[in-house]
Design a protein around this ligand. Structure first.
Ligand code: AMP
Ligand code: MG
Length: 406
């Protein structure tokens, strides 16, 4: 069913997200790439370890390795050699013996414990131990991080710097990742002028594409930027057709309301299909979702704050699902309103806020100035969204609200 502006009810945010997620299927094509190139990409297959990490029992300290039982009767052991990281001692430690050992060096056969150098003294060719170690003291066990055969990182994980290190630590240099999502970006409006050019009467500088392009960088995306398209139905149709053939997802901003020059919905209707239009979200009500020839389509509103917020709240889960990623939402926190927060029932409101901690450690939040959908500075200077549910009214000073970091 298509929800249109004629429907008295706007589609609740969660329903809009569910509708999008239920329609789309993740990309399955994958490619093998070098680990160095894999930051931000989504794993197409589980990564399984062929080794234990660490591969050997090794020392957690610079000190001396011995058989701990030898120190129950005597405090002094004979120094018989050295082990460095990458240069093992190579022989077995016998009763009454110890070796000098450095952090990361393999614990030799026979030895079971290490005492850090600060708790020892050198006496000729012997070591005096001022600490009696427990069995296994300062020894990092083989496989204590990862074990052979274990899944190291699961399919659907977006690779962060820590995951890259984890995969490298099991000796794997290439990973299979989902191919990049092809995303087309279109800005529409006769008034839009690229920054850096002189501006004519009635025009404004185009800014949404700069935010959207930057937001897209956080996703495994190959961007096709179709630039600024005039409010001209023929020109717009041609760009939509091209984008709809070459992309997996097309994002437009502007021209999606009910104004005389708002053609986006009309073209979507003619060239593809509208799945829903108008969401109970503030800012961003005229958001549209549908399908073009081969691509999914999101029509973002033109107002700068609306396009930013709808990208974060509505397009993000869609991008995650399309790119094969496990869907993850940022956690929310609870903060106390430090002033009245105005809110009318009817739409979920994502107000731009500033949160801070007072000297007692309590978390407070207040709206960040004017909340109009054209006031981009309300986002740029904010550090959180204040999440106000669809049917909520004003939040009084002292009441608790949910916030989510920007
Ligand atoms: P529209 O959704 O086309 O009715 O546009 C709503 C408002 O957002 C208007 O004031 C437009 O000038 C403005 N706007 C639309 N697209 C952009 C853009 N790409 N960058 C900055 N402002 C925009
Ligand atoms: Mg417009």
């Amino acid at each position: 069913m298509i929800e249109t502006c004629d429907s008295p009810k706007l589609l609740p945010v969660q329903s809009a997200i569910s509708k999008m997620l239920n329609q789309v299927t993740p990309i399955i094509e994958s490619e093998s790439i070098e680990l160095e190139e894999a930051l931000g990409r989504v794993l197409a297959e589980d990564v399984i370890s062929n080794i234990d990490v660490p591969p050997n029992d090794n020392s957690a300290m610079d000190g001396y390795a011995m058989r701990s039982e030898d120190l129950t009767n005597s405090q002094q052991l004979q120094l018989v050699g050295t082990a460095l990281a990458g240069k093992p001692y190579g022989k077995k430690i016998l009763a009454g013996q110890c070796i000098r050992i450095m952090t990361g060096a393999v614990i030799p056969k026979g030895a079971d414990s290490v005492v850090m150098q600060e708790n020892t003294e050198v006496l000729h060719d012997s070591i005096v131990f001022k600490q009696i170690p427990e069995y296994g003291n300062s020894v990092r066990k083989a496989g204590e991080d990862l074990q052979k055969g274990q899944i190291v990182v699961t399919k659907g994980t977006k690779l962060t710097p820590a995951f890259l290190a984890l995969i490298a630590s099991v000796g794997i240099a290439e990973v299979s990742v989902v191919r990049n999502l092809k995303v087309g970006l279109i800005a529409t409006g006769d008034e839009l002028t690229p920054p850096g050019q002189p501006i004519e009467a009635g025009a404004i500088y185009e800014s949404n594409r700069f935010a959207l392009t930057a937001l897209l960088k956080a996703f495994p995306v190959a961007l096709f930027d179709f630039g600024i398209v005039k409010d001209d139905k023929i020109a717009l149709k041609a760009v939509f057709e091209q984008a709809g053939q070459h992309c997996d997802l097309v994002l437009s901003c502007g021209g999606v309301s009910v104004g005389d020059a708002d053609y986006v919905k009309e073209i979507l209707d003619e060239q593809g299909s509208i799945k829903f239009w108008k969401v109970a979200i503030k800012p961003g009500k005229p958001f549209a979702f549908g399908a073009l020839e081969k691509a999914w389509f999101c029509g973002l509103p033109g107002n700068p704050v609306s396009s930013f917020v709808t990208f974060e709240q509505l397009v993000t889960p869609l991008l995650q699902k399309l790119s094969g990623q496990t869907i993850q939402q940022k956690p929310y926190f609870v903060a106390t309103a430090s002033c009245l927060i105005k809110k009318r029932p009817g739409r979920a409101d994502f107000q731009r806020g500033i949160f801070y901690r007072d000297q007692q450690g309590k978390l407070w939040v207040k709206p960040n100035g004017k909340q109009g959908s054209g006031i981009m500075s309300s986002i740029a200077n904010a550090n959180c969204y204040i999440l106000l549910e669809q049917e909520a009214n004003d939040v009084q000073q002292g009441e608790n609200v949910k916030i989510r970091m920007i």
